[in-house]
Design a protein around this ligand. Sequence first.
Ligand SMILES: Nc1ncnc2c1ncn2[C@@H]1O[C@H](COP(=O)(O)OP(=O)(O)OP(=O)(O)O)[C@@H](O)[C@H]1O
Ligand SMILES: [Mg+2]
Length: 366
Amino acid sequence: MAAPKIEPSRIAHATSISDVPLEDRYALLIEAVHDYAIFMLDPSGNVSSWNPGAQRIKGYSHDEIVGRHFSTFYTEEDIAAGKPARELEIAAAEGRVEDEGWRVRRDGSRFWANVIISAVRDSKGELLGFAKITRDMTDRVRLAELERASEVSAQVQITRENEQKRIARELHDDLGQQLTALKMSVALIEATLAANAATAPLVQQTHALQTEIDAMAMSLRRIASDLRPPLLDDLGLTAALEWLAEDFTKRYGVVASVHIATGELHFNEFASTTLFRIVQEALTNVARHARASRVRIELASTADTFSLEIEDDGVGAALDLPPGSASFGLLGIRERVRQLQGTVSFISSPGAGFHISIRSPVTSVQ
Ligand SMILES: Nc1ncnc2c1ncn2[C@@H]1O[C@H](COP(=O)(O)OP(=O)(O)OP(=O)(O)O)[C@@H](O)[C@H]1O
Ligand SMILES: [Mg+2]
């Protein structure tokens, strides 16, 4: 199923395109297109033709790529999730499939692609293979807009984080100090009251006041650390996650465990906050929806890829249902992952727990 060969003798004497035989015209058209990768796959997904657009976009020459499986163009995480095979299955069953996502060039760099795969069948309906058109959207306005929107939303998040940090600090330093001073004053009054037999019965009340002040101080600490966990700034992401898991276990009785296999990886501040907020939202979902008994949080990295898995053993959910109009948690996670140039999969079905799987280039988190 190679691309139709252009027969030079057939077009040598052409003075206009209408002099060129029809089949050569199509071949010339495909050869002339530089903005789209247009190529064919055999029924098992091996590349069987290649055009200059494909070479320009993906970086492989005709001889390097023909015969190789088209999953070469997908990210590691999409391959692990079985995406290439699934796309061929859908194209075979429904005639075509369209997808937008990260693809990988020959040099390993990623580009945002719009991909259409169409099944090609003979007159008897036998599958001959697939026609695949890939458009590099990276330079397009659409991605520029997406990036601008993403930048704005990242900026909004950074501003909000800074604001929360400021409020948390004020609560702790200002109101916290005042509560401590108040408690000391009440303790002094208590000592005075206790010293006099006539006022001694009032000690019980001042004691109750002190207990109330302690409870207020505890609430204040909780509110401050919900706004911005001090550990995140002082000791970094892994310590903050361990604290979060411990606190979650205590609050909800669901055992949360953290497993770190990131070696010497040092997380930058944006990634630390982003990953912390993702885990926080995932745990909130576990508490609200999962009825789980345990949840496992795992961070790992290879030389190129960082991964975060959050997996619970709860009731799961049917993910094909349209999300409720007031559901922003998973959307927010998607947006945060995109800011790390990563990909996220939500894997779940009723009764099978809920699994969030995130991959991003290591360079985005360190
Ligand atoms: N760990 C989980 N176990 C079971 N179902 C879940 C889990 N996480 C999410 N879901 C399902 O996915 C839906 C969408 O989650 P999402 O976080 O986007 O929205 P939400 O939690 O309902 O609302 P919010 O916008 O306040 O986060 C939930 O309503 C729930 O049905
Ligand atoms: Mg939620």
